[in-house]
Ligand binder design. Structure first.
Ligand code: CA
Length: 287
């Protein structure tokens, strides 16, 4: 059961959505005005729903503004409702960080499916963060050691200077060898409040991290790209990590991760070098 806020000014639609979600066992709250939504969802005394369904066209403050404002303050899944495809372009173009969207007329069955998919993903991330509390354990592999207390990285006997974010990225990946981390997860986890919605940020940091670790043919090859999914640290990997052919074979083997839900849908489009990957993830999710 989740607490879901529905921000929608059309009475009948708001009622239908809320009823459908309640039938699925969720607790719902309907807000019919943008200004009220901001009051309830941001600032002091705000409520903390598990998910927000947000209409783009709202009285007093539009949905884009509401979305941006919420994003500035917190990470909570947001599903945007849009009336026409031109609005959809706007949502994607601005990369607001909406987690998903539905176009009107809203299919209630689709809504149910999207909502439960997102809630599953969130729950998975919660479980992960509970099991990852211990961030002080040093890593000592034969070719890489990472000391989180002194924030020191040694590669084959050579000390490597990393920025804070590069260090966090390496430590998170290397302390969970074999586990796939999606870009979205890495962004949320490591960038948090300053979350920009640009998954390319992760790609850029990975590139720099690999370079600092010694580039191709070095420890850097352990950081493996799973196209359209994310990254993992593979202790056994010796092939150049940028080879696209490694993706299909390594994807199924890496079972316990945050990635599976987004993996199949976004696979073909979001190689690091391609267009904004968050937009393509969104597009894929809409199919
Ligand atoms: Ca509306």
């Amino acid at each position: 059961m989740a607490h879901i806020v529905v921000v929608e000014d059309e009475h009948q639609l708001a009622h239908l959505i809320a009823q459908t979600l309640r039938d699925d066992g969720h607790q719902t709250e309907v807000i019919r005005d943008g200004h009220v939504a901001l009051d309830r969802l941001t600032g002091p005394g705000r409520i903390s729903p598990d998910l927000i369904i947000l209409d783009l066209g709202l009285p007093s403050v539009d949905g884009l503004t509401v979305c941006r404002q919420i994003r500035r303050e917190r990470i909570v899944p947001i599903v945007m409702l849009t009336a026409k495809s031109t609005e959809l372009d706007k949502v994607l173009g601005l990369e607001l960080g909406a987690d998903d969207y539905l176009t009107k007329p809203v299919s209630l069955r689709e809504l149910q499916a999207r909502v439960s998919a997102i809630l599953r993903r969130v729950e998975m991330m919660r479980v992960e963060s509970r099991t990852e509390e211990d961030s002080t354990k040093p890593i000592a592999y034969h070719d890489l050691s990472v000391d989180p207390m002194g924030r020191e990285v040694v590669v084959e006997g050579r000390e490597v200077n990393l920025t804070a974010k590069e260090f966090d990225l390496l430590y998170l990946l290397a302390s969970h060898p074999g586990r796939v981390f999606s870009r979205t997860y890495l962004l949320d986890r490591l960038w948090g409040d300053s979350y920009s919605g640009f998954e390319r940020t992760v790609d850029t940091h990975i590139q720099r991290l690999r370079r600092k670790l010694g580039g191709s043919g070095s420890v850097a090859d352990h950081i493996v790209t799973l196209w359209g999914v994310g990254y993992k640290y593979d202790r056994t990997s010796s092939a150049p990590s940028s080879a696209p052919s490694s993706a299909p074979s390594s994807a199924p083997s890496s079972a316990p991760s945050s990635a599976p839900s987004s993996a199949p849908s976004s696979a073909p489009s979001s190689a690091p070098s391609s267009a904004p990957s968050s937009a393509s993830d969104g597009a894929a999710a809409a199919t």
